[in-house]
Structure formats: C-alpha cells, structure tokens
Write a protein that binds this ligand. Structure first.
Ligand code: COA
Length: 264
C-alpha cells in the first residue's frame, strides 16, 4: 500500500530507460500505479514485454498503461525514436527517468579501454542522449521532470569500479548542470543515488553470495534497501511534493557510504 495518493501522477506521461528489469522496472510500475502512462526502454523487446506482464500482474491500482520500446541509450537516434513514439502514443511526455546502466567488477589495471568506455557510454552518455531527446518537447510545453539514477561509488575510491564511478560522477555533474541550464524552462533535474539494493542485477554482480552479511553489518540501518524504496524516492521527485527541488542528488543508502570510515 503506497503512502502516496493513488492518482498523484494522473495526466503525466513518463519514459523510463532501463525499465525492463531491476530498479527501472519497479520505478515504471510505481509511476504507472500512481496514474502515469509509461513507456519503458531497454535493448530487448521480449524483456520489456515480460516486464510489462509482471507489472500488470502485481499492480493493484488501475493506473496508467505501459508500453515497451526497444532502444539502446547508447544510440541517440534510437532513443529519440523512443521519445517520439511515447509522445505519439500518449500525446505528451512530462517525466524522464534515466535508469539504464551497466556494470561489472574489474580492476583498473586490466580493464580494457572498451570496457571502461562501454560503461561510460551506457551510464553517462546514455543519460545525456535521453535528456537531449526530451528537451525540445519539455521546453515547448514549458516544463518537465528528469530523474537520473546515480550511485554512491564515486564519493570514495571504490575499488574495481573505476568505470562506473567515473560514469556516475559524470551523471551527478550532468544533473547539476542541466538543473541550472534548463531551470528557466521549468524543467527540474534531480538524481537518486541508491546504496545496496536487494534483488537487482547490480548487487548480484557487485555483492555476490557470501558478501551480503559482511556488507549489511556495515550499513547503519542494518539491511539492504528495497527496489520500492528507490522508486518511492523517484515518485517524490516527480511529484508536486518536490516542486522547488532541482539539482539535488538524493542518497538512499541507509547511511552506508557515510559509515565507510567506521572501524567499530
Ligand atoms: N570484466 C572486464 N571487462 C568486461 C567485463 C567484465 N566482467 N564485461 C564486459 N567487459 C568488457 C568487454 O571485455 C568489452 O571490452 P573489450 O572489447 O576490450 O574486450 C567491453 O566491456 C564491452 O563488452 P560487451 O560484452 O561487448 O558489452 P555489452 O554492451 O554487450 O554489455 C555490459 C555491457 C558489459 C555493461 C553488460 O554487463 C550489461 O549490459 N549489463 C547490463 C546490466 C547491468 O550490468 N546492470 C547492473 C547495473 S549496476
């Protein structure tokens, strides 16, 4: 049962990149459950269709409808087509969630230039591509809302994560710059920085079996977060409850990164 009004996003239309799995899927489900029509992007159409089927089975609110558009955020033309298709289908677009990301563990010494570039291409350049694709529409309708999914890796010298840390540091910079440049067009741009979240491809790769207890012990709230807790923060950021918030990066990590230097 959501703490938000069920119809808080009635009349809104969202596009969620990386909406076919993990945190992106839960964000898409949450926006739809609160009234928005939602387009979800991912590389494979069948995975998008399966996500929509899962969401249809679990959403208990009538809500908005969902549709899947195969597009790789690394391809500016493909992402523009996804934006145009969403506008064509639902008549407008008012929310963009940049949730597409790729990651793996690799030490800098052996990571290839293409491995580094691939993650930067997905996380950072993909976010830029999608923001650029929605901008003319948001500007012309005098408003829009962008939320970028960032991370906390880049606040520290996180080992085996030079590619993702560099990309997410860029996502934070992009969030702040666009908030300033596009604020006069009534476009809000914010980010959410999740800590360790259960049931995600990211944590399956980054905290394989056996590491979870060790990691949990160091989190002040003594547990991993839930995908729904990230989606609820996104919902807050696209709702009128945050109407004066722009350029903010919301850390949702149970205070994990602040406690990294705790030795007791
Ligand atoms: N360790 C080191 N290098 C790796 C790697 C790993 N585990 N996985 C991929 N790479 C390198 C590849 O070797 C390649 O570099 P090369 O050409 O120099 O050999 C480069 O990254 C691109 O790999 P490729 O498999 O062609 O990329 P892709 O576009 O198919 O996949 C990934 C992108 C690698 C990020 C893939 O893991 C992915 O798409 N993940 C999405 C889901 C995900 O990770 N979610 C978690 C988000 S936190």
């Amino acid at each position: 049962m959501s703490v938000f009004k069920a119809n808080i996003l009635d009349g809104q239309v969202a596009l969620v990149t990386g909406g076919g799995s993990g945190i992106g899927e839960t964000i898409a489900a949450t926006l739809a459950a609160h009234g928005a029509h939602v387009g979800i992007c991912g590389r494979k159409q069948d995975r998008l269709d399966q996500a929509i089927e899962r969401i249809a089975q679990t959403n208990n609110h009538q809500g908005g409808s969902l549709f899947g558009i195969a597009a790789d955020v690394r391809d500016p033309d493909a992402i523009q087509k996804a934006v145009d298709a969403t506008i064509e289908r639902f008549g407008r677009l008012s929310i963009l969630i940049n949730s597409a990301a790729g990651n793996f563990l690799a030490p800098a010494a052996t990571l290839s230039p293409n491995g580094f570039g691939t993650v930067v291409d997905i996380d950072l350049k993909g976010t830029f591509n999608a923001c650029k694709a929605v901008f003319p529409h948001f500007r012309d309708q005098n408003g829009g809302n962008i939320v970028n999914i960032s991370a906390t890796l880049q606040y520290l010298g996180t080992q085996m994560q030079i590619h993702a840390s560099s990309a997410k540091a860029g996502v934070d910079a992009l969030t702040r710059t666009l908030a300033v440049e596009w604020g006069p067009a009534n476009i809000r741009v914010n980010a959410v920085a999740p800590g360790p979240i259960d049931d995600t491809a990211g944590m399956a790769k980054l905290a394989p079996k056996g590491m979870k207890d060790k990691l949990t012990a160091k989190i002040p709230l003594k547990r991993f977060g839930k995908r729904q807790e990230i989606a609820d923060t996104v919902l807050f950021l696209v709702s009128p409850a945050s109407s004066y918030t722009s350029g903010a990066i919301f850390v949702v990590d149970g205070a994990q990164w602040l406690a990294m230097n705790t030795y007791v």
